[in-house]
Design a protein around this ligand. Structure first.
Ligand SMILES: [Zn+2]
Length: 346
């Protein structure tokens, strides 16, 4: 859409006396200033990106990721978090991880925890997980088949196989996602409905995997629960949280023929109440985004994960997969914006 402004000063070549915004800018001589502003903004962004790349390259070759892997990760289980990566990134990423870690099936870890027998857990064990079941996850299926590695995708039972959208991906200038995460589920949905988003609304396109894709993927990929609609669980009432945790398991098992034993808490937010509901609903583990590695002492309903930010930069992947990035970030006084919440909505 072309933005227009009213031109009264001279005869307009455009119908109705309106000319495009760019022409208005030219008329009052603002073009060079705006051009310079957007150039410097682009330049600053590019500079920051290059700086970030340089930082990861220096960190990678500093040898620290190697030390983290060989010392801190050696006798622990790391769980990595991805969301939505391309086939090319998946191939590069999984090839690196396969060469440098022992990729472990989440089910094998759950079994070892249940039996308290960790003898089969290899050193530098790493579990690959994806949250949300984004529709592009289907593209990584050939990579999984080729590399023969186990991965787990956490899906929202009431968003998959529909054209419903993830509320946190809905963009409106008047609302901030981080602010919405602080609201109760009822208030969040009310605010969103005022700007045209409803969690049951069917949009023209799908954001999450469809049943046909899941039916094909489930033979190679472990698909587990990420609730129904991706709420912030501590911001749900007891009944809402119960429905989200319990019913998602039921739907995924009954309608998709899956065996659901794990849940990833949406946004990584959870409370004691949510853990209790998770246990009562029959899950065998719960996965957070709390920083850290897992051992046989880790509470299986508070498993820790490392986010690698869906990067296609191999230096960044190496640094983040080793855990050193999150290690320094969380010890830097920068608290994680998610995690354990003491208070829940009643
Ligand atoms: Zn999620």
């Amino acid at each position: 859409m072309v933005t227009m402004c009213k031109n009264n000063s001279r005869e307009s070549a455009y119908s109705g006396g309106f000319i495009p915004l760019q022409n208005c800018i030219d008329l009052i001589g603002l073009s060079p200033a705006i051009g310079y502003y957007s150039y410097t903004k682009r330049y600053a962004k590019l500079k920051a990106e290059n700086m970030k790349k340089l930082v990861f390259k220096i960190l990678r070759y500093s040898g620290l990721p190697f030390l983290f892997r060989e010392i801190f990760q050696r006798n622990k289980v790391s769980i990595l978090l991805f969301h939505d990566i391309s086939r090319e990134t998946a191939l590069q990423t999984f090839n690196y991880l396969k060469q440098n870690y022992n990729i472990l099936d989440l089910n094998d870890f759950i079994e070892a925890s249940e039996n308290k027998d960790y003898s089969k857990i290899p050193q530098k064990a790493l579990i690959i997980t994806f949250d949300d079941a984004h529709i592009r996850n289907y593209e990584i299926l050939p990579v999984i088949k080729e590399l023969k590695i186990p991965i787990t995708i956490f899906s929202c039972a009431s968003i998959i196989n529909t054209n419903r959208h993830f509320w946190f991906m809905f963009k409106d200038e008047s609302i901030s996602t981080s602010q919405l995460k602080k609201e109760s589920t009822k208030d969040r949905l009310e605010i969103l409905s005022k700007v045209g988003f409803k969690q049951e609304k069917e949009f023209p396109n799908a954001q999450a995997l469809q049943k046909k894709q899941i039916d094909e993927m489930k033979h190679f990929i472990n698909i587990q629960s990420h609730t129904l609609f991706h709420p912030c669980l501590p911001k749900c009432s007891f009944d809402e949280a119960k429905e989200e945790i319990f019913k998602s398991k039921e739907i995924l098992e009954n309608e998709y023929g899956l065996n659901i034993n794990a849940i990833a808490y949406p946004n990584g937010d959870y409370s004691d109440r949510d853990i209790q509901i998770t246990k009562d609903s029959g899950y065998k583990c719960g996965i957070t985004v709390d920083y850290g590695f897992n051992t046989h002492q880790t509470d299986v309903y508070k498993l820790k994960r490392l986010s690698v930010n869906d990067t296609d930069n191999i230096d960044e992947l190496i640094v983040k997969a080793s855990g050193m990035w999150a290690f320094f970030k969380t010890r830097n006084g920068r608290r994680q914006p998610y995690g354990y919440t003491k208070h829940t909505v009643n």
